[in-house]
Each structure stands twice: as C-alpha cells, then as structure tokens.
Design a protein around this ligand. Structure first.
Ligand code: NAI
Length: 270
C-alpha cells in the first residue's frame, strides 16, 4: 500500500478529517455544488485545487488550503494546468477528482443549434473525460485515487427541452462505469452522483421567475423539499473517501427520492 498524508502536504491546527492531507481537484467550484464540495473538502483538511471560469467566485471560496485555477474547463490545456497545480501543491499526489463543471442549454431538439450542442458536450462530457485521463495518469502511477462525476437524473432518464444535456449526462454515466471497470486494477474508484433538483446558480432564474414550477417539483419529491448544495457535497465526499473503499462504478441518485417515483404518478396519488 502507498503512504498517504505525506508530510509535505499536511496542515496543522485543524480537526482531523477524512481528507486530512489529501489532494483534491474540483471543477466548477465557484458556485453551487462545486463550491460546497470545495469548502467541505477544505473543512475536512484537504488541499484543494479549485477550477472555474468565474474567477471572482473562486476568490470568494472560504477555507484553508484552497488553490484556484481560473480557466475554461473546455479548453484542452486546462486539464494539464490542473494536474500541474495539484501535483505542485500536493507533492506529486492527486487523491481525489470531482468532475463537477456543467452547463445546460434549453430548447426543443428539432431546432437545437449545433453550436449549443457542441458547447454542452465540450464542457459536460469531453472536458470531464480529458481531466479524468490527465488526473488518472497520476493516480495510476500512485496506484490509488477516486473520481466522482456530477451527472444528473438526465443521465438516467429523458427530460424535455434539454437534448444535449441529456445526452452529455448519459455519456458521463457511461464514462463513470467504463473507467471504473478499466481502472479498478489500478486501485482507482470512479462513481457518479445524480443530483435531483438542487438550489444553485443553474436554476436561480427558474426559482426567481417561476417559483410555482419550483414548488411544484418540490411537492413531487418524496422528501418534499428541493436539495441544497451541501446535500450533494455530503454524498460526493463520501464516495471519494476511504469510507467508500469498496464502491466503484455506482451512480447515486441524490434526489430526495425522485427517481424512486414512477413519473406517471403524483407523489400523493390515492
Ligand atoms: P452552478 O451553475 O451553480 O455551478 C456550475 C459551475 O460550473 C459554475 O460556477 C460555472 O461557472 C462553472 N462552469 C460552467 N462552465 C464552465 C467551464 N467551461 N469551465 C469551468 N467552469 C465552468 O450549478 P450547479 O447546479 O452547482 O452545477 C454543478 C453540476 O451539477 C453540473 O454538472 C450540473 O449539470 C449538475 N446538476 C445540477 C443540478 C441542480 O439541480 N442544480 C441537477 C443535476 C445535475
């Protein structure tokens, strides 16, 4: 077994956590779920490399040992920059990757613009693959590591008006299972979360402009509430921690029970 928590990456004066001294990369870390993941990692003692397009949002992240890389994850060079940053601050290691950046472009399939399709694929799927491969090379060398992809219910089911998002998230679920199968031999685990309705930057406009639609979706959730970013971060951190050491290739719906309800029924149908 490899040594973890090498002396070069330990930090002091902090309660020991599951991630004490671990080196983690988080994409899409300036807002919503990625921000909650980055800040919780920091609170648990990780050395965090946080990426986002939004430099201002990255600058507002709270916590110790957070190093920021403000760049577009869809630009191929970004994957190498993240590995460079993480191995520099982490004495050559990368223990955990959270492939979280994502966008949605809405519109009917029959008129969906190819440029929107390309942008969604570039960010949600191609970039996740590229970063996983770049980080995976470090993990293969060290013979350990864990990768968590933020997928979506749209990675398991169809949702209307979001064809590129649906296809990209199905691809991310496939990436999760495919890499889990290939990289188990290297001691690398790969899992995904599928966040149900979660209050983040992605749906600020919906919540502000169509509160009835938001509350309707909450009412159709068995736990009767929408999720918050910390709900997602809790499961994401668990899956990338040693507590989940025998779990790989899993796609966890973190959705208040939405996936358990057949859509032909209302939650309180009698
Ligand atoms: P958010 O909009 O609050 O956060 C997404 C972050 O990704 C933003 O900070 C944004 O600047 C960043 N980002 C976008 N494009 C980028 C790029 N090219 N390079 C680097 N960073 C980029 O939204 P949220 O909800 O926190 O999204 C996180 C993930 O969760 C996404 O993959 C999304 O598809 C997924 N998700 C969210 C759900 C929800 O209800 N909020 C439901 C299902 C999945």
């Amino acid at each position: 077994m490899l040594e973890r928590n090498s002396p070069g990456v330990r930090s002091s004066n902090r309660t020991r956590g599951r991630y004490e001294g671990r080196v983690a990369v988080v994409t899409g870390a300036a807002s919503g779920i990625g921000k909650a993941i980055a800040e919780q990692l920091s609170a648990e003692g990780a050395i965090v490399v946080a990426n986002d397009l939004n430099a201002e949002g990255l600058g507002q992240l709270q916590g110790a040992n957070i190093h920021t890389v403000a760049s577009d994850i869809a630009v191929p060079a970004t994957a190498g920059q993240l590995v460079e940053a993480a191995t520099t601050v982490g004495a050559g290691r990368i223990d955990a990757l959270f492939n979280n950046a994502g966008i949605s472009v809405n519109g009917p399939a029959e008129t969906f613009a190819m440029e929107d399709w390309r942008r969604v694929m570039d960010i949600n799927l191609d970039a996740a693959f590229r970063v996983a491969i770049a980080v995976g090379q470090v993990m293969i060398e060290q013979r350990s590591g864990a990768i968590l992809n933020t997928a979506s219910p749209a990675g398991m089911f169809g949702i209307p008006n979001s064809i590129a998002y649906v296809v990209s998230k199905h691809g991310l679920v496939g990436l999760t299972r495919g890499l889990a199968v290939e990289w188990g031999q290297h001691g690398i685990r790969v899992n995904a979360i599928c966040p149900g309705l979660t209050a983040t930057g992605m749906n600020t406009q919906l919540r502000a402009e169509r509160p009835g639609r938001w509350s309707d979706r909450e009412a159709r959730t068995p736990l009767r509430r929408g999720g918050v970013p910390s709900d997602q971060a809790a499961t994401a951190l668990f899956l990338n921690s040693d507590e989940a050491a025998y779990t790989t290739g899993q796609v966890a719906a973190v959705d208040g029970g939405q996936h358990a309800l057949y859509s032909g029924y209302a939650v309180a149908f009698r």
